[in-house]
Design a protein around this ligand. Structure first.
Ligand code: PGA
Length: 233
């Protein structure tokens, strides 16, 4: 089971330190076997010791150079970061990353052997058109992506479910993950308003191998509860 926390633009380095201390302490004390990843903001990258894997929410596909405001491979290497989130809906829809740019970034980090958590998901108007249209849309987010890359983790996150408290029905998650399973043998995460009280039923569904959590992951205690649910699932 995989449990991933995406802090987005939240938490300072000091706050992340307190959080990681608590989560890593839990992971060590409980001998957690689940694959736990935390994506802090880039200003909070640090050496947090054994426990959760530290991942990057984003990076530019370059070692270093003249790319104002971006970070590259050198800045990730400094903290031993070998996991990256690519294609998150906020980068697609708010920051305007195109599928072409996303596929380029994917190929770059794949060539370096990074673990890649690759996000896909439809907007509400597409969801309303039914599952065939939805899967057709998802297909456009898979262009240029090696779906059998051995360090790939796919996160299905409907845009309308992110940060809204809305979650697709279990039947819908089941059905979409089943369709995704036909496209990859790699782990499939669900993301979008996952909380302590709805996680169990979601991870119990076939072809759901874990969760990617935003808002509810910001509290170390509730994230530890989610790790516990993953361990029991
Ligand atoms: P949320 O975000 O859990 O706050 O809905 C999920 C995500 O964007 O990964």
């Amino acid at each position: 089971m995989i449990v991933a926390a995406n802090f987005k633009t939240n938490k300072t380095r000091a706050q992340t330190r307190d959080y990681m201390d608590e989560v890593n302490e839990y992971i060590r004390a409980e001998n957690v076997e689940a694959h736990v990843i935390v994506f802090p903001p880039a200003t909070a990258y640090d050496n947090y010791g054994q426990g959760a894997i530290q991942g990057a929410q984003n990076a530019y596909a370059v070692e270093n150079g003249a790319f104002t405001g971006e970070i590259g491979l050198d800045q990730l290497k400094e903290f031993g970061i070998k996991t990256i989130l690519i294609g998150h809906s906020e980068r697609r829809h708010i920051l305007g990353e195109s599928q072409e740019e996303i596929a380029f970034k994917f190929a770059y980090f794949q060539s370096l052997g990074y673990e890649i958590v690759y996000c896909i998901g439809e907007q509400l108007e597409t969801r309303k058109l039914g599952e065939a249209a939805l899967m057709q849309y998802i297909e456009t987010q898979l262009v240029g992506i090696d779906m059998e890359y051995e360090k790939l983790i796919i996160a299905y996150e409907p845009v309308w479910a992110i940060g809204t408290g809305l979650v697709p029905s279990n039947e819908d998650i089941f059905s979409i993950h089943k369709a995704l399973r036909a496209k990859t043998s790699r782990p499939l995460l669900y993301g979008g308003s996952v909380k302590v009280n709805n996680m169990r039923e979601i991870v119990d569904l076939d072809n759901v191998d874990g969760v990617l959590v935003g808002g509810a992951s910001l509290y170390a205690q509730s994230f530890c509860e989610m790790i516990k649910i993953a361990e029991e699932a």
